[in-house]
Design a protein around this ligand. Structure first.
Ligand code: T5A
Length: 198
């Protein structure tokens, strides 16, 4: 099962993934936790260009995210899915649609096609949207990277974009109120996964 975690900055994705992985492992599942950008050495190199480099043209930015994604799919995610592992991935294709499409203004329909090319047409079985007011998320981040430092209007477009994407395809998404305590978020996410694993 391929599960991704999306949301505005500081929504608590990494915190949730860590505790979900340990709960799922204790239930006997073989779990892989991973992230975009930045899985493996190739992903790490792209991550530092994307998050810690100078300003980038929007098209260079999108090609870097897609280069990371295609490598990640072929080398890490697909092999794990072939072994029936539960893959928990911190951000994936929907972040490109929302950050580079809704927020940066690139053509969303073109980005959907580019995503499918990068993933070999594989899409997540379940997408968690950790939703919260952007000011709350940003206030949780201590060291802001290049994208965290975008103006508040950019982050608002990101939040609105995720909510709109969820409306397009509600059965694939599960929205969680990310202002709740971590334990409540974990319980809700675990319940949803168990329901879908049946
Ligand atoms: N991006 C990514 C694109 O533009 N296009 C793409 O295609 C892709 C894949 C990645 C950046 O790249 C962009 C999106 C991002 O800007 P990143 O460093 O990987 O950057 O960062 P994010 O994925 O954005 O993750 P964040 O660092 O914003 O945070 P998380 O993982 O959502 O949150 P987490 O768990 O680290 O928590 C943040 C803080 O909040 C606390 C935690 O303890 C931590 O201190 N916290 C809570 N506090 C209160 N209540 C809760 N429920 C809490 N849960 C966690």
């Amino acid at each position: 099962m391929f599960i991704t975690f999306e949301g505005p900055e500081g929504a608590g994705k990494s915190t949730l993934i860590r505790s979900l992985a340990s709960e799922l492992e204790s239930l006997g599942h073989d779990v892989l936790t991973t992230r975009e950008p930045g899985a493996g050495e190739f992903g790490q190199a792209i991550r530092s260009l994307l998050l810690h480099g100078d300003d980038l043209p929007a098209t260079s930015e999108v090609f870097l995210f897609l280069a990371d994604r295609s490598h990640h799919m072929v080398k890490i995610i697909q092999p794990a899915l072939n072994e029936d592992r539960v893959v928990l991935c911190d951000r994936h294709a929907e972040s490109t649609i929302v950050y580079q499409g809704y927020a940066r203004g690139l053509d969303v329909e073109l980005l959907r096609k580019m995503n499918l090319m990068a993933t070999g047409n594989v899409r997540p079985d379940l997408i968690f949207l950790l939703d919260l007011p952007v000011e709350v998320g940003l206030s949780r981040i201590e060291n802001k990277d290049r994208l965290d430092s975008e103006p508040i209007e950019f982050h608002q477009k990101v939040r609105d974009g995720f909510l709109a994407e969820r409306e397009r395809e509600p059965s694939r998404w599960h929205k969680i109120d990310a202002t709740q305590a971590p334990q409540a978020i974990l319980t809700e996410a675990l319940g949803e996964i168990k329901k879908r694993l049946k």
